[in-house]
Design a protein around this ligand. Structure first.
Ligand SMILES: [Zn+2]
Length: 228
């Protein structure tokens, strides 16, 4: 009799275990599916597309001082920026990814056709006065109010990130009438990352590690803009 009860208890125990196992399996798979599906949809809809525009290219050297050409520094910085933005989860398109000439209107056209969320144009500065230095970012006010407002916000966010990480002098955010930021339809900025005519900044801008740091800081600024 005792043996019979023991067998019954063992059977009931096993049955309840298998029931728990089944229900917990169902819960796990339901849990696994729902958030994943949601996450994928969310990612597809929400991951912003950034167009990076490395200034100049081809026969257009940009500003150049001694052996340093703006077109090359812009392309290097832009390539680092692409790497950091992609690492942070953004989609990225570059207006040029090699040493080629690209008309300004074509650059704006690429961004407009891509329907990107922001455009970032990378440049280096020059001045007759070799003591001129620092970082400045341009945006346009001659556009729809929402685009001017968002461009200004993006410029502020990227500039404050760049200043805190490089210790460079601030030349502020400024209104500019450059084709790439004027002809685009999304928030757009043009970053002057430093002066090739200033000895200190020329040295920095010729250093790949510095350019990588600049790209990392621009990414942090872009990230902050999208989070706010
Ligand atoms: Zn330039």
């Amino acid at each position: 009799m005792i043996k019979f009860f023991a067998i019954c208890l063992a059977f009931l125990f096993l049955a309840s275990c298998s029931q728990n196992k089944t229900s917990s399996k169902t819960e796990v798979s339901a849990y696994r599916h729902a958030p994943d599906k949601k996450a994928i949809v969310h990612k597809k809809e929400m991951v912003p597309l950034v167009v990076i525009d490395p200034g100049h290219g081809g026969f257009d050297l940009g500003t150049h001082s001694k052996t340093y050409e703006e077109k090359e520094i812009c392309l290097k910085t832009a390539s680092y920026l692409r790497k950091h933005l992609e690492k942070a989860g953004y989609h990225v398109i570059m207006t040029r990814s090699r040493d080629e000439y690209l008309p300004l209107k074509k650059r704006a056209e690429i961004a407009n056709q891509a329907k990107c969320q922001v455009l970032i144009s990378i440049h280096c500065n020059a001045a007759k006065n070799s003591s001129a230095k620092g970082i400045e970012i341009f945006y346009t006010q001659k556009t729809e109010p929402w685009r001017a407002k968002k461009s200004k916000e993006l410029a502020q966010s990227v500039l404050s990130s760049l200043l805190s990480g490089t210790g460079a002098e601030s030349r502020g955010i400024k209104e500019g009438n450059f084709c790439v930021i004027r002809e685009t339809k999304m928030p757009s900025i043009l970053i002057e990352t430093g002066f090739l005519t200033n000895e200190d900044e020329r040295k920095k801008l010729s250093n790949d590690f510095y350019l990588d740091t600049v790209a990392k800081l621009i990414t942090a600024g872009v990230d902050k803009y999208f989070q706010s």
